[in-house]
Design a protein around this ligand. Structure first.
Ligand code: ATP
Length: 614
């Protein structure tokens, strides 16, 4: 995932927000370290006191208190650091979810959903461990190691130098392994993301996979992906496993050296038994923290790979904020009512206006010099062959994408200067793939207008022709639906989406082939509803059925990304050859309609003339 204008260091920012908990944890941990480091000294005193036949009860009590305090401090610091970690992961997930939800569609469409999912769920968890537990382990155990080394130096510098010599070589080797581990972990996380992406793709299209008999092929593909994860995971495992042995060799060597040299010095009297015991104790106390430092270093390096992936996700381009009117290009209309806005024409601005719009997905031109208006009331039909750019027109009205040239206006305002809420609150959009979600029918219908009253819901259900469907369901509006609205037919799902759009009480309703899945009876009912809806607001419909188009007050004919003609059905049948062909051939009941048009206009539809209406 490559991003543009990524805000640097989101993770660092989230970690800073937990400074109090983290500092508290580190302070308590440091106290624990101090108590650990004092213990060998106390033991040395104890040995000397025993040798001198002095009372030792106080020393023993003190040691016991230190043991208990050590355990309590360690537990408390673990809790504080753990809480900070949970807060960081929660904040990261909330923030990332928001950024994904508000991401620029043109960018998000290029990303694999599964990878986004892996970053949001898996990488955030890994990142938490790296930023809290691992860092705390490195810091606190590092302090023990450092303190232990100082104490050992105070006891016997030469003995310490022997120890450090043996451990130094092992440490340098371990750091090399840690670096390799970070690289390997990044590859492994990426591979895991790819597996997730493929799995999500297959699950989303499971009926298609089954219908195509492609289960085996998909299984092989997933197996190949899983194997890639295994291979990079194995590399991580090997590097991880190398840590302890590399370090252990050093530790064992130093222990052997300390024992040999130390005992020789005790024999010559240059080192007391108490000092030798304390030194050996420090060495033993060092072993586990040192191993933990290096192991945590490994986890931390893996976590850094996750941090990088989380930071990248945080940097995905967001839907543009409104462009200030001053920055608008020539021909653009100011966004806010009041500023420089041209006076509204009699009867108000058109509900939608395209002014000389050019647009392409990436470098591929799709619309060019598109200009047309949609009146505030009535039905406008958008027709054209498949791929002409009809759905793209809707996506520009929703500002899922921005035009490269020209402007799209809603109620006279250039949508470039409106917020997404202002645009989408006023536009109801029933898409080609009508989306229903898991939840009850009611939850699905009120999705865009959660505050809707019962009366509003009833009206929307009735207008969308869903009344009979709801009545036939066991729990009516409270009947639960499965994922993607499983439990409803395609046509019922479409009507559900129409009801959802209506409930928003929008000024404009966009219907993308909303009648495609309906049988003639249901379609006739919906057409009747559309007529009623079109009395209150602007309805723009992309319809392949001539029956819907014939009724339209205005038809915009798109051809290869350009507006070819605008008019009513009889006008277009008379004037536009392409429309005539579409009406005759492409529309399901075209022949009947053409005959009807012929009867109405007296113009034979078989010999259309090309005409471009304004
Ligand atoms: N997200 C996208 N990325 C790249 N190209 C796209 C994208 N969406 C659509 N296109 C291309 O843009 C062109 C217009 O597509 P659009 O969906 O607007 O056509 P349409 O007229 O609605 O077609 P249909 O009637 O088949 O739905 C097509 O060539 C299509 O391949």
């Amino acid at each position: 995932m490559t991003t543009t204008a990524a805000p640097r260091g989101l993770v660092a920012e989230l970690t800073r927000a937990q400074t109090r908990l983290l500092t508290g944890g580190v302070l308590l941990g440091t106290l624990g370290v101090a108590s650990t480091l004092v213990q060998p000294q106390l033991v040395a005193h104890l040995i000397e006191a025993v040798g001198r036949h002095e009372p030792v009860a106080l020393l023993i009590t003190l040691l016991a208190v230190l043991f208990v305090a050590d355990a309590a401090l360690s537990a408390t610091q673990g809790c504080l650091i753990g809480r900070a970690g949970e807060n960081i992961v929660r904040d990261a997930r909330v923030l990332l979810s928001g950024r994904v939800l508000r991401a620029d569609l043109s960018y998000l469409n290029t990303q694999r959903q599964g990878d986004v999912h892996t970053r949001l769920v898996g990488d955030t968890a890994l990142m938490k461990i790296a930023l809290t537990q691992s860092l705390a382990q490195i810091l606190l155990n590092g302090l023990i190691v450092l303190g232990g080394v100082v104490m050992m130096a105070l006891i016997d510098v030469w003995l310490l130098l022997v120890t450090v010599g043996c451990l130094g070589v092992a440490s340098v080797a371990s750091i090399g392994v840690a670096r390799g581990l970070r690289r390997a972990a990044l590859v492994n996380r990426t591979d895991t993301g790819e597996f997730g992406a493929d799995l999500q793709r297959v699950l989303a299209a499971l009926p298609t996979v089954k219908a195509a008999g492609a289960e085996g092929r998909e299984e092989d593909r997933l197996a190949a992906r899983a194997d890639k994860v295994r291979r990079s995971g194995n590399r991580v495992t090997v590097l991880n496993a190398l840590f302890s042995p590399v370090l252990n060799v050093g530790l064992q060597a130093s222990l052997a050296a300390v024992m040999g040299i130390g005992m020789a010095r005790v024999a010559t009297g240059s080192l007391s038994v108490a000092e030798f015991t304390a030194f050996t104790m420090y060495l033993f106390y060092l072993v586990s923290p040192l191993v933990l430092v290096f192991l945590s270093l490994g986890t931390y390096q893996q976590g850094r790979a996750a941090v990088q992936r989380v930071d990248e996700l945080a940097g995905i381009p967001q839907e543009d904020t409104p462009v200030p009117a001053a920055a608008a290009g020539p021909g653009a209309t100011p966004g806010k009512a009041g500023d420089l806005a041209p006076p509204a024409p009699k009867g108000g601005h058109p509900a939608v206006e395209f002014r000389d719009v050019r647009f392409g997905y990436g470098d591929r031109p799709v619309l060019d010099a598109v200009s047309f208006t949609v009146p505030r009331r009535g039905l406008t039909a958008l027709v054209g062959v498949s791929g002409a750019g009809k759905t793209t027109v809707f996506q520009l009205i929703e500002r899922f994408y921005r035009p490269g040239r020209g402007a799209v206006l809603l109620d006279g305002k250039d949508i470039a200067h409106l917020s997404t809420a202002e645009i989408r609150g006023g536009v109801g959009y029933v898409q080609q793939d009508s989306a229903a979600m898991r939840g009850t029918l009611r939850e699905n219908i009120v999705y865009a207008a959660p505050e809707a009253t019962e009366a509003d819901i009833e009206e929307a259900v009735e207008l969308a022709g869903l009344t009979d469907v709801v009545a036939a369901l066991p729990d009516g509006l409270d009947t639960p639906l499965g994922d993607h609205g499983i439990g409803l037919s395609g046509g019922q799902r479409q009507r559900l989406c129409v009801a959802r759009a209506l409930l928003q009480k929008p000024a404009v309703i966009l219907l993308d082939e909303a009648t495609a899945h309906l049988d003639s009876e249901a379609e006739a009912a919906l057409r009747d509803s559309l007529r009623r809806i079109a009395r209150r607001c602007a309805v723009v419909a992309i319809a392949h059925r001539i029956s819907t188009v014939v009724e339209a007050d205005r038809i915009v004919v798109l051809d290869d990304g350009r507006v070819r003609a605008v008019g009513t059905h009889p006008q277009l049948i008379r004037d536009d050859a392409l429309y005539g062909r579409l009406a005759a051939a492409q529309f399901a009941d075209g022949a009947r309609a053409s005959a009807a048009a012929e009867a109405a206009t007296g113009v034979p539809s078989g010999q259309p003339t090309v005409g471009v209406a304004g």
